[in-house]
Design a binder for this molecule. Structure first.
Ligand SMILES: [Fe+2]
Length: 390
């Protein structure tokens, strides 16, 4: 049989479930840490989440500083540089500033923290590491306390916007894998319902893309299918009532599973295209996914086996043994959810302009997530998908 490896990477420790935060001291204690930089945003401070972690650090006699400069949901090179300003002695081992980083927030904050942790030990600037496996030294150890749910807390990828090129850079390396992830739904209860909907659609899109991409393996298949099942069942409840901790907990499991699936399988054109939209317009990523997913799924259908399409439908509790019926019903179900959640239905409503489509389509095909899409398209194909989604 031809060589065909599927290595599997996840954080060493993953604390998951209602009350999981109480196990953080036990996970930190053996590391004998001295000083930590917390990477977060002002909203996390006002919600009291940062205070919560500060108390844990104090009890463990770990000193800390707070960088709260993650200003919006598409982290830029300048956020990373602002965080690195806390490391005046970087690369001077004797004068090491921080032993590790704790990121508190959603994927945005985790991505920014991963980038800071990477440059803190590798030097240079984050743009030097764009692509896959360009990082040569282990990043500073990272703990991700997750408050939304899109999987970044368990991935070795960071997405950072380079405003000068209007490109979302994807940086990935096993050296960037967080050491500890914490998924405690208590930190999600205050998430507003528009964000719950967007994050939920991101989870669903990521699960579907990692299930149909060319690097899927039996392990990632299991994670992706169960993630689809949990997210499509519990997202409506989490949207209706943010304090429904059972629904929040199930969404957190779906988030962790989608992160593990995409981290080890990959994604596809929904993300290659959504990354460009984020680079140009700076709206919330999950809303782009929600608009693009039905179109990209239909486009990809010729390259998806009958069995896989039917299994996606089955994971959404749609019973059929016919591929085209499965596709129709999957799309109908996604559109219904999007309608029920009052989400935008077209890219034009989100400020997307036709004049930017040439550039975005070319960039989308260069995005590394495009390489694993089940169907290989042209720039014209991508442009057609952007137009259809307007
Ligand atoms: Fe995503």
């Amino acid at each position: 049989m031809a060589e065909n490896t599927h290595n599997f990477y996840i954080p060493k420790t993953n604390l998951i479930g209602v009350g999981a935060i109480k196990d953080l001291p036990e996970a930190l204690m053996p590391l004998k840490l001295r000083k930590v930089l917390i990477v977060t945003d002002k909203n996390m401070i006002s919600l009291g989440y940062v205070d919560n972690i500060e108390k844990i650090l104090k009890a463990l006699f770990i000193a800390h500083d707070i960088f709260d400069g993650v200003l919006h949901s598409n982290p830029t090179v300048s956020f990373v540089e602002d965080g690195l300003a806390y490391f005046p002695f970087k690369l001077n081992v004797l004068a090491k500033d921080y032993d590790f980083i704790i990121s508190i927030g959603g994927g945005t904050n985790h991505d920014c923290a991963k980038a800071i942790a990477t440059v803190a030990t590798n030097s240079g600037s984050i743009g030097d590491y764009e692509g896959w496996k360009k990082v040569t030294k282990p990043a500073l150890p990272l703990v991700c306390i997750n408050t939304t749910g899109c999987g970044s807390e368990v991935t070795m990828f960071s997405i950072i916007t380079d405003n000068s090129r209007k490109v979302k850079m994807l940086i990935g390396s096993p050296f960037m894998m967080p050491s500890i992830s914490v998924n405690d739904p208590m930190f999600m209860a205050s998430m507003p319902n528009e964000l719950t909907a967007g994050v939920g659609f991101d989870v669903i899109a990521q699960c579907i893309e990692s299930y149909i991409c060319t690097e899927a393996s039996p392990i990632t298949d299991a994670l992706a299918l169960h993630g689809i099942n949990l997210a499509t069942q519990y997202l409506p409840r989490a949207y209706e009532n943010g304090n429904d901790l059972e629904a929040r907990e199930k969404m957190m499991y779906a988030s962790a599973m989608t992160g593990m699936a995409l981290n080890n399988a990959g994604l596809g054109y929904v993300h290659s295209m959504a990354h460009q939209l984020g680079g140009f317009y700076n709206e919330y990523h999950g809303n782009y996914d929600a608009i693009l997913l039905p179109f990209v799924l239909e486009y990809n259908a010729v390259s998806i086996s009958d069995e896989r399409m039917i299994k996606i439908a089955a994971a959404m509790n749609i019973k059929t043994d016919n591929k085209s019926e499965a596709l129709d019903k999957i799309i109908a179900s996604l559109l219904k959810m999007r309608y029920d959640f009052k989400m935008p239905t077209g890219l034009s409503q989100m400020g997307v302009k036709e004049k930017d489509m040439d550039q975005m389509s070319q960039n989308a095909l260069k995005d590394i997530t495009a390489l694993l899409n089940p169907r290989h398209g042209t720039v014209e194909d991508i442009k057609g998908l952007f137009k259809a989604a307007m």
